[in-house]
Design a protein around this ligand. Structure first.
Ligand code: HEC
Ligand code: HEC
Length: 339
């Protein structure tokens, strides 16, 4: 039961991460542009910061309390991985070496593995990880209040607190670049994904798998909604085969889903769709499946645990959102905001 719970937890998280991965592909041109300006990175505009927050904070969140953690904070990783005379390149390689195939054998954090289990394998691009490592190496990263004290108290064997950041003091806000509508849309999608993941995982760890279904049932919508209100935007997850009939895609959205499906099936690259109409931006980006989603969206006979299935049927008698395989378009983000 516990193992299954964990799998589902990871699934729900991957819900976010997988789509994040797509995002990376899509915003690639943007990213390379930033890279050409390497020397002007500050703690605020470094692309690795954003990537870390988007790809890693779902689990390595620095604001989780000591007891509510589901993984060590990034500063703990930095402290374990960084040595005094390490070059940035070596640091990046050490992190990548673990992430490309996490295992017990490779860990430098045995305590964390004991407590949380080995980090689940996720497909990250080496390029993104390099940018994250670059950021971690150069700057003082966000750390939980309890961290420094915790280390000093416990006197960790092989680890020294390290988070000074070479460029911690060179911060400047002057170059907060104005985002394009497409970038803002992607930001909304990613913020929402991250929030969903965080809350979902908390539920699963504390209350178990069936409760996770209830979470998706009761909380997913209010949560996206509250983020939308905060951002002054409308944020929806819609599908051509919805589980919740309220998430049925409109004619317009169905066309866009068809467009993304084609691109995914043919394995061609796609960019999110951004349209501006009467001062309103409409933004659409695909949400794709991976193995983990199949626990709740796969074949009812093969992939979905009978308990989960009966709960789903009870909550969604007209559920159309099963029978998915891996890397299929499960739906899209449909986001509207003022230009
Ligand atoms: C723990 C079970 C569970 C897992 C795991 C899960 N989902 Fe869902 N999903 C649900 C439930 C329940 C709903 C309906 C939520 C509602 O009522 O708004 C849903 C709804 C959705 C929707 C909104 C459209 C619709 O069908 O109502 C999308 C999109 C979606 N899921 C994508 C994914 C993806 C992608 C993954 C994997 C990365 C995933 N889900 C994993 C249970 C799950
Ligand atoms: C799905 C949850 C999850 C996500 C997302 C995640 N991690 Fe982890 N990670 C863990 C857990 C749990 C551990 C602790 C167990 C371990 O060390 O393997 C961990 C440990 C690590 C370690 C230490 C490995 C060791 O044991 O020596 C590194 C390095 C790491 N993560 C990097 C990252 C980076 C970088 C990202 C973002 C690109 C990321 N993680 C995203 C769950 C996650």
């Amino acid at each position: 039961m516990k193992k299954y719970t964990l799998v589902v937890a990871i699934t729900c998280i991957l819900l976010l991460l997988i789509s994040c991965d797509d995002t990376k592909k899509q915003s690639y041109t943007h990213q390379t542009e930033i890279e050409n300006e390497r020397t002007v990175y500050t703690n605020n505009n470094h692309p690795g910061k954003k990537l870390m927050e988007t790809l890693c904070y779902a689990c390595h969140n620095p604001s989780a309390s000591h007891d509510a953690r589901i993984a060590p904070p990034m500063v703990a990783i930095k402290s374990h991985y960084l040595n005094d005379d390490m070059t940035k390149k070596e640091f990046g390689e050490a992190i990548w070496n673990f992430i490309k195939k996490p295992s017990k054998e490779k860990t430098k954090m045995r305590g964390a593995v004991r407590r949380f289990g080995v980090m689940p394998y996720q497909q990250f691009s080496q390029k993104d990880i390099e940018l994250i490592a670059d950021y971690m190496y150069e700057f003082k990263i966000e750390e939980p209040e309890w961290f420094k004290e915790h280390i000093q108290e416990k006197g960790h064997e092989n680890m020294k607190y390290r988070n000074d950041g070479k460029k911690a003091h060179s911060e400047s806000n002057q170059d907060e670049k104005k985002q394009t509508p497409a970038e803002r849309g992607m930001d909304y999608a990613l913020t929402t994904k991250k929030e969903l993941a965080k809350n979902l995982l908390g539920t699963i760890q504390k209350k178990g798998t069936l409760e996770a279904v209830s979470f998706c049932n009761k909380k997913a919508y209010p949560l996206t909604d509250s983020i939308a209100t905060a951002q002054n935007a409308t944020i929806k997850r819609v599908s051509d085969k919805p589980r919740n009939p309220g998430n049925q895609a409109t004619e317009k959205e169905l066309k866009i889903i068809a467009h993304f499906k084609e691109a995914v099936a043919e394995n061609t690259t796609y960019t999110p769709v951004t349209e501006i109409e009467n001062g309103n931006v409409h933004f659409y980006a695909p949400i794709t499946t991976n193995t983990m989603c199949l626990q709740c969206h796969g074949s009812p006979e093969k992939d979905i645990n009978p308990n989960v299935l009966s709960k789903l049927l009870q909550l969604y008698p007209n559920d159309k959102a099963t029978g998915y395989g891996v890397n299929e378009v499960r739906g899209i983000w449909s986001i509207t905001f003022e230009e």
